[in-house]
Ligand binder design. Sequence first.
Ligand code: MG
Length: 384
Amino acid sequence: MDQPPLNPLVVLGATGSIGRQTLDVARSLGIEVAALAARRGSDELLALAKEFSGATVGMTAPTESERATFTNLFGSRVRFGPELLPELAATSGATVLNGVVGAAGLEASVAALEAGNRLALANKESLVAGGPVVEKARVRGGGELIPVDSEHSALLQCLAGEEAGAVRRLILTASGGPFRGSTADELAAVTIEQALDHPTWSMGPRITIDSATLMNKAFEVIETHFLFGVDFDQIEVVIHPQSIVHSAVEFVDGSIKAQLGEPDMRLPIQFALTYPARQPSSLTPFSLAGSSLTFEEPDWESFPLLGLGYEAGRRGGSGPAVLNAADEIAVQAFLDGRIGFAVIAKVVADTLEKVSFRDLDSVADVKAVDAEARAVASQLVAPS
Ligand code: MG
């Protein structure tokens, strides 16, 4: 079967977990890599620059010696400085994989969409903090926004070929994290080690804690709202400990479509690059026979951040940006041993109360709200 050639790839966050797996997919499908960017000029980036010899290589925060090494070896192929992320994201005709961690990813997302590119989005802050701004950029530039997260990829796959009016509910699955079934009292005594031990996915420390508090699921609810243009009343969360059903869609006739697979990010990454087509992969398919899949209601009382996420999302405007910033400060304070696990939710709720609500029209607006929320949350976690 002949496939049209896939767009050349720009991989932002090339040495992070999503970036690495994206390059695996690029190798296996033979996709051209037009550009690679990372924060630092690590040995890993050096090896990638050698391997992908036609690619522009960018570093946003290199040391002097990294700068010298890369310039000596690769000359004009190398670029430095934080502004290179939006510049590379605007590469004409590219698919931009945004695997940047943190707020720096927002500008790259906006630039990719304004340039009319396909944005394969793995940067959480883009839609959680900057949803209204990213949405404007998509409309203005005509770019295409394709999710890389396993849940949103599942929704996209279930929605393929369906009409918007036929959808009743989008059902996001959540593993429930390591503390599924715990009471609020038990959660108050959770240690850092326990919180970092996620049952099915292996990820960085912040997202692992966010999975344990269900904050991550709340972020995904907000992203779902922006990605698929649905009301919060139409988005549900169900706990599914096996992480095999990645999400599901219920239609007006009562039919439910779900997408299943082994938890392996290379599948949603590949789909974001080949969408709407599929291409063969060597990933192990999930075996239905002999498996049991279970589903349960989330425990809203023990995991209050899930409900807070809906609240902030319904409020719209700056609400989700405040939620994200406050959570990042609170999670860091927990990881530093400064606050208890259950206090994370309290810090987020109090910050949402204290930061005044406003609309978000630009990246600058998002940055201002983010800075204010961080300042408020930092005060709340500071020892009195
Ligand atoms: Mg996810």
